[in-house]
Design a protein around this ligand. Structure first.
Ligand SMILES: C[S@@+](CC[C@H](N)C(=O)[O-])C[C@H]1O[C@@H](n2cnc3c(N)ncnc32)[C@H](O)[C@@H]1O
Length: 225
């Protein structure tokens, strides 16, 4: 069997290429995302730069943030998700890329949103991605992250009633909390979001630890003066 058929990252990419529409309709309501988006809109400064990591088809998060005047960049590994996002949310910028290897300039976003996307990435890559996300945020930048509640890695050979396989990998909530702290975030709030027999964690966190060598830019300026 070719490696691309068993590599989990490729399984996820092909899975969302096939299931994009089944996962989310063009005109989907915010549903459970409604209160999260409302809270984001309440705290974001005017015209904030927001990175939507694993943005899917751009609905509802990028769509609703752009409608409120924010400057949204979406990244997703699936070609189909990105094609739909470009059509559905023309006011945002979308890039097709693997988020776990994406390089972005430090301090380039006021907020990063990663809903139900990190849980599709190899566990070993997730702490490094959280550190990268911290570096992409301005000081005090906000992260809204869906992650695991219980530890689990596995697949479903016919996800969403299809014949398409899908793959997930996540740690438990305490581990994500630790990874966030180690990456330089202060967790503002942690929620349990029920789904079926289980559920996911939702973290609201701020990047409080400075980027460089544990020395804040403010302190660095003071030391250098
Ligand atoms: C469950 S969907 C969530 C989409 C959107 N964030 C939402 O909540 O509606 C997960 C998305 O993450 C994307 N994704 C998974 N692994 C990724 C990776 N390594 N890099 C970028 N995107 C990824 C998938 O293609 C998919 O669109």
């Amino acid at each position: 069997m070719p490696e691309s058929e068993t590599d989990p990252v490729d399984v996820v990419r092909r899975g969302y290429d096939a299931l994009s529409l089944r996962y989310r309709a063009d005109d989907a309501n915010p549903g459970r995302y409604g209160p999260w988006i409302a809270e984001l809109l309440a705290v974001l400064k005017v015209a904030s730069r927001v990175l939507d990591l694993g943005c899917g088809c751009g609905v509802p998060v990028a769509r609703d943030l752009v409608a409120a005047g924010h400057r949204v960049t979406g990244v997703d590994i699936s070609d189909v998700q990105i094609q739909r996002a470009r059509r559905l949310v023309p006011g945002a910028t979308f890039r097709r890329a693997d988020a776990s290897s994406r390089r972005l300039p430090p301090g380039s976003f006021e907020a990063v949103v990663a809903l139900y996307s990190m849980i599709h990435m190899p566990l070993a890559a997730q702490p490094a991605l959280l550190r990268a996300v911290a570096s992409w945020l301005v000081e005090d930048g906000l992260l809204l992250l869906s992650a695991g509640w219980s530890e689990w890695t596995g697949s479903d050979d016919g996800w969403l009633g299809s014949e398409t396989p899908m793959w997930w990998s996540h740690a438990d909530v305490a581990t994500y909390r630790q990874w966030l702290t180690q990456a330089g975030f202060t967790v503002l709030r942690q929620e349990f979001v029920p789904e079926g027999d289980g559920g996911h964690s939702l973290f609201w966190a701020r990047r409080t630890t400075p980027l460089y060598d544990g020395v804040s830019p403010r302190e660095r300026r003071y030391r250098d003066s």
